[in-house]
Design a protein around this ligand. Sequence first.
Ligand code: NAP
Length: 306
Amino acid sequence: MKTVVVTTAGGPDVLELVDRPDPVPGSGEVVVRMAAANVNPTDLAARQGMVARGLTIDGPPYVLGWDLAGEVVGVGGGVDGLDVGDRVVGMIPWYAAGGRYGAYAELVLVQADWLVDLPSGLDPVAAATIPLNALTAQQALDKLEMPAGASLLVTGACSAVGSFAVQLAVAHGVRVTGIAGTDDEEWVASLGVERVLPRDTDLAGVGTFKFVLDAVPLGAPVFGAVADGGAIAATRPVDADPGRGITQHRVLIRADREALRELVGRVASGSLRTRVAQTVPLSQAPEAHRLSERRGRQGKIVLVPG
Ligand SMILES: NC(=O)c1ccc[n+]([C@@H]2O[C@H](COP(=O)([O-])OP(=O)(O)OC[C@H]3O[C@@H](n4cnc5c(N)ncnc54)[C@H](OP(=O)(O)O)[C@@H]3O)[C@@H](O)[C@H]2O)c1
């Protein structure tokens, strides 16, 4: 089967399409025929040899890709509730897999409990944008523990994490101000925010918020927009200390099957929206990474078979 490997860290062209033996599912594992594999910023970083602080992987070579949707084609021992032919969506907690396998492959080895059913009306391409990003959004909001009526500033409100977070917060009765990406104000406005700010807004002049979700993350520049005693949830470690009694939370995704099932259901029912900018065949993974690194892409780049 075809898979995309990184044998030397570097630019998009280090992504190499190779033939590997079909994976064989072990105990608790299944093999999924990939219908869609989302390209995430963490893949772009890992391709360049940058791994999240405090975590390690095996290799090179390593295979990228957290998010996938597809069809189960092989089931290992001890797997309950999944059968050959089931449509599924899920997330490979990539560091837990040590980078040995990932979603950028025709056939993907996955632990069964990282997957949930893909509802019949939900397109696998859209579904593949959900797991890593919607779970991170949910877990970031959970850290902030906001009451209904609270005011929240979301940086990168146009990103996948930011867009899910805006919608989940609005649904919880939170009043959201969102910072858009390049020429992307209309999308952010459509998510139910009270106010949209353009990408390069000087955050020192936007007032203060008790809560900030720094999805980009911008780091220290957001401090000026946080009220004394407020709280920030950031998607990467932030070293600077904001002072003034402000709490900073670092969000680090953790797999949560029940929460994922719920989020996938919300997208399937139309109460949560996601965006795909473009699909790209697996064989053109370098192009998918080039597109993902571009400003103003307005949605995810998703790999599909081919
Ligand atoms: N800690 C975790 O567990 C975890 C999990 C998932 C994601 N993340 C992180 O969360 C971040 C967002 O990921 P994602 O997948 O949601 O991103 P994404 O969908 O790929 O979108 C990135 C967005 O951020 C915007 N952006 C980039 N730099 C910006 C800046 N300086 N100011 C304003 N907007 C900016 C881009 O807008 P333009 O088009 O204008 O460039 C783009 O819309 C990434 O840093 C990712 O690594 C962390």
